[in-house]
Design a protein. Structure first.
Length: 250
């Protein structure tokens, strides 16, 4: 059975899960634990292009290893080709456009990660929620330094910018303006629903996680950027509509 390695709170993992589930593709899910899971991740992500990091989401499907949310989404489309269970996420002739939106969504999530990692270092409650589930309840308050170490590790691993507010202003805000302009009054970024919508709707978690996001209140709080979100309620309403229509149960 194919296995998806992911981080539940990561919008990159959400993009991959959505693409797989859009096509009804069965997979086993393995929650990656930063730091502790690094060696396993490197093993599973081998071989990967030189100079790239082992990261999640990562899909291992037999001898195929798909190392990014974009690669996983393309793989999902390829697997379902011919079965026509759902519309393709990369409509023919529009692949380049979809990739440009996916790339923008990567930058939006990257900007959010800078903020989340600061939040994680400062919130004991979010640290407790971030601990692996195998740590029993009574021990969790004692183990929060593990989550702080993970935040520091991820900041260094991905060279996350230190000034999260500057990232929100200089990266996230212009991206949101671009999305708003492209959408206008439309329901989807391209002619039909595509991975462009999956990627951008998932990355709006950078403003406020959707109501049914599968993580605790303290994790939700470190993702929220309420000041920025106030100016983009139209995009959040669009995100909720896309989820309601295209991500049943999500
Ligand atoms: N462009 C990649 C981004 C992957 C990425 O940056 N993943 C981070 C999310 S914070 C990760 O794997 N973190 C956990 C780790 O490195 O241990 C994708 O689309 O999948």
């Amino acid at each position: 059975m194919r296995t998806l390695y992911g981080l539940t709170q990561s919008a990159w993992t959400e993009k991959a899960r959505w693409a797989l589930e859009h096509h009804g593709i069965a997979y086993r899910y393995h929650e990656h634990v930063p730091v502790l899971g690094e060696v396993l991740l490197r093993l599973k992500a081998r071989p990967r292009p030189p100079g790239t990091k082992a990261s999640v989401p990562l899909l291992v499907d037999g001898d195929q290893v798909l190392p990014t949310s974009l690669a996983i989404a393309r793989h999902a489309d390829a697997l379902s080709r011919g079965e026509r269970r759902a519309e393709p996420l990369f409509p023919s002739g529009q692949e380049g456009e979809v990739e440009r939106w996916a790339d923008l969504s990567d930058r939006m999530i990257g900007a959010a990660r800078a903020r989340v990692l600061v939040g994680l270092r400062n919130s004991r409650a979010a640290q407790r929620e971030a601990l692996p589930t195998f740590i029993p309840g009574p021990l969790r308050p004692l183990m929060t330094p593990m989550a702080v170490i993970a935040a520091m590790f991820l900041r260094a691993k991905y060279d996350a910018p230190r000034d999260a507010d500057a990232e929100a202003e200089n990266v996230l805000r212009p991206a949101l303006d671009l999305v708003r302009k492209a959408l206008g009054a439309r329901a989807t970024l391209l002619e039909d629903f595509s991975f462009a919508d999956v990627a951008i709707a998932s990355s709006l978690q950078a403003l406020i996680p959707r109501a049914r996001a599968p993580f605790g209140p303290a994790t939700r709080a470190i993702w929220e950027n309420l000041a920025l979100a106030r100016g983009y309620e139209d995009l959040l309403a669009w995100r909720d509509e896309v989820y309601a229509k295209h991500r049943p149960g999500g």
